[in-house]
Each structure stands twice: as structure tokens, then as C-alpha cells.
Ligand binder design. Structure first.
Ligand SMILES: [Zn+2]
Length: 373
């Protein structure tokens, strides 16, 4: 928890972590859309959605911040935070179901007005506090169990008697398998070549992270976790004002700096993968099991019995060893992409440490949000 800039002038002043209820932008997508839709088996990480502008119910017409990509997998939509697929998923999921999941994950500030498709992109009537965002994200990090955030564990007196002990509410929201799928999916903004949070990578440690930005750049978020810690950073003004910071996400830079530092010296750690989760080689164009003729393939994680059918666009035989229970290392290139952001990065923008790809202009994410169009 942290407050504002400048000297503290009053006692018990505004606590922005617990009291500032802010628009979330895309940072809400994992908890409002992905978690419920995967749990209800409406989508898998490989489901194909059409990222093309269209009118939704009531004339709602969301746009992508950067260009629309046409038919893409959910994983690709997560990578650069395309907007339209999330609205399509929300249409199937129904906003009232999303609200129910959010509430189970400790979000208390939603209103009746939030029961609409704009919920999928974080266009909320009031918003969500950073603390409640952290509680909700930690449900994914804690393998599906919501644990109410606390600021102390216990207070003991000089004779070691416990005076007060923190009682944290706990409840299971979804299974560890669903949590695993979400964890793996949310590594995509960090490890994907078009990822919006590549600068959040920590050497040797799995990182899941999602950015959020709202209209006019009033709010900048980074919500994420590792096998060790969950952290949420928000950056903005108490009275809405555009956040200008060298075109980068200052909340993301804060997150990357803080998290890389607190992981210094910790052992390498990966998100655990239950042996009840299945992996398969997928054709990225069709979202189905890959054949030898498929051009763009990758390994994906699936809940039991949700592995898709075989690619119906390309030819060839099914790729060998297509469906496995995995405890072996998946063949993605996480390790080669993860870059070290370790010590002494106080003055360094972590993004500057990444290799420059000429075709790789400023990584932007698709924003929208507070406006209901
Ligand atoms: Zn194919």
C-alpha cells in the first residue's frame, strides 16, 4: 500500500489502496471475463473470436486501441489486450454471471448499472479499489481460493499471548485446474512478442500480469502475480487528469521495479500444473489441434475434456504427441523470452532493457472503458 506523492500532511488521510475506487480498464478482463468463462467452459484459451468492429446489444460499439486482428485465439486477445473478443465472450457469459464471480472474489463496489457489456472492458459506474483488485487477482494466484486481504497476521503481548489474530475469510471460487489455465494464459502479456507487460518479466520466475488503462489515460494499472506474490499498482490523479509518462505505463514500471526487487534472491519458481490439466499442440489460426501442415502452432493448456477437435483448414497428419498430460516442460519459449530485471534498476526503465525490435513500435494495449458507448 502506498499513498500519494509529496509530504504527508494529515493524519488518516485518503488511503488510495483501500479507499480510491477507480475505473479499471482492461485490468478487469481476467477476473470479469476469463475466470468465469473458463470456469463455465464457455471458452478455452484456444477458442477463436472475431476481433472485428461491430455493434453489440443496445448500440454498444467498442473499438480496439490498436488495429483489430480478425479471427484470433483468446490467448492472442489477452496478449495485446484486444477488446472486441472480450465483449463477445461477455455476451455469451452474461454480465450478471460475471458480477457474481467478481463478488465471490471480494469485489464490493459494483452496482446495478454495471450489469452490461461494458463490464467486460472495465467501464464501471464506480470502479474497484486497488486492494479489492489485489484480492481478486490473488484468487487466481491462490489456485482458485479467495483469501480476504489482511494487513496483519496477529498481535501478541509481551508474554506471547495472542491479543488479536487476523481472521481472513476464505472461499473457493473455482478449481485449481481453472486457476492453472488462467495463470498460464496471463503469462502471455509478459512473454508474448506483442505483450503489453513484457517489461514485467523476472528472470527464472513465472510472471502473470495484465495492464489496464482508461479513457484519456486517467488511470493506469498493472495487476499481476508470481508463484510468490500478488501485487496491484494503480497510478493516477485523485481528480481525473491525464497521466503522461513518456508513453509508458507508470503503474507497470512501479510494479516491475517493486516485484523484481522483492524476488531478488528467491529460488526460481514456476506456476504448478496439476496432472489433471492437459496440453495440446494447437493451430493458432483455427484454435484446433494442429496438423503437420499448420503454419503457426503452439502448446496450450486445457481443462479435462475441453481439448478442441483437429484443424479443419490445413492438411497433414495430426502432430505427434499431440495431447499429453504434462508435467514436463511445455515447448513454449518462456525461458528464452524472460529477461532479467533484477538488481539496481532504480533509475532504469525496465523497458529500456529489452531488445528493440524494429517492427515493434510502442507496445500499446487496447483501451476503452469508462465511457459507455
Ligand atoms: Zn491449422
Amino acid at each position: 500500500m502506498c499513498g500519494g506523492l509529496g509530504k504527508k500532511k494529515t493524519a488518516r488521510s485518503l488511503n488510495r489502496a483501500t479507499q480510491s475506487v477507480r475505473q479499471t480498464g482492461s485490468a478487469i478482463k481476467p477476473i470479469a471475463v476469463l475466470a468465469p468463462a473458463i470456469d463455465k467452459k464457455i471458452i478455452t484459451s484456444a477458442s477463436i473470436y472475431d476481433d472485428t468492429e461491430k455493434d453489440f446489444e443496445g448500440g454498444y460499439h467498442p473499438i480496439d486501441y490498436s488495429k483489430s486482428l480478425g479471427e484470433i485465439t483468446v490467448r492472442r486477445a489477452v496478449e495485446s489486450s484486444q477488446n472486441i473478443p472480450f465483449v463477445e465472450i461477455m455476451e455469451e457469459l452474461k454480465p450478471k454471471n460475471a458480477i457474481s464471480y467478481l463478488e465471490k472474489m471480494g469485489v464490493t463496489s459494483l452496482t446495478k448499472e454495471d450489469n452490461n457489456l461494458a463490464l467486460s472492458l472495465g467501464g464501471l459506474q464506480k470502479g474497484i479499489s486497488p486492494l479489492e483488485m489485489a484480492g481478486a487477482y490473488s484468487t487466481i494466484a491462490n489456485n482458485g481460493e479467495y483469501i480476504e486481504p489482511t494487513f496483519y497476521s496477529k498481535i501478541i503481548d509481551k508474554s506471547n499471548n495472542t491479543v488479536i489474530e487476523s481472521k481472513q475469510e476464505k472461499r473457493r471460487v473455482f478449481s485449481k485446474e481453472v486457476a492453472c489455465i488462467l495463470q498460464q494464459l496471463l503469462t502471455q502479456p509478459v512473454k508474448g512478442t506483442a505483450g503489453t507487460a513484457t517489461y514485467c518479466a523476472i528472470s527464472g520466475v513465472d510472471v502473470a500480469a495484465k495492464t489496464g488503462t482508461t479513457d484519456e489515460n486517467y488511470d493506469r494499472w498493472l495487476c499481476g502475480f508470481t508463484p510468490y506474490y500478488t501485487a496491484v499498482t494503480w497510478y493516477g490523479y485523485d481528480q481525473n487528469e491525464t497521466v503522461e509518462y513518456n508513453k509508458k505505463n507508470p503503474a507497470g514500471l512501479l510494479w516491475a521495479n517493486i516485484m523484481s526487487r522483492i524476488h531478488t534472491g528467491l529460488q526460481s519458481a514456476k506456476f504448478s500444473i496439476p496432472n489433471t490439466v492437459t496440453t495440446a499442440t494447437i493451430c493458432a489460426e483455427t484454435g484446433k489441434r494442429a496438423r503437420t501442415g499448420c503454419q503457426n502452432t503452439y502448446q496450450e493448456y486445457f481443462l479435462w475434456l475441453t481439448v478442441p477437435g483437429i484443424c479443419n483448414k490445413h492438411s497433414g497428419s495430426e502432430m505427434g504427441n499431440n495431447t499429453n498430460n504434462i508435467n514436463n516442460t511445455p515447448s513454449n519459449n518462456t525461458n528464452t523470452i524472460i529477461k532479467g530485471i533484477t538488481e539496481d534498476i532504480d533509475a532504469i526503465d525496465p523497458q529500456e532493457m529489452l531488445p528493440k525490435n524494429p517492427s515493434d513500435t510502442e507496445k500499446t494495449e487496447n483501451e476503452t472503458t469508462s465511457s459507455r458507448k
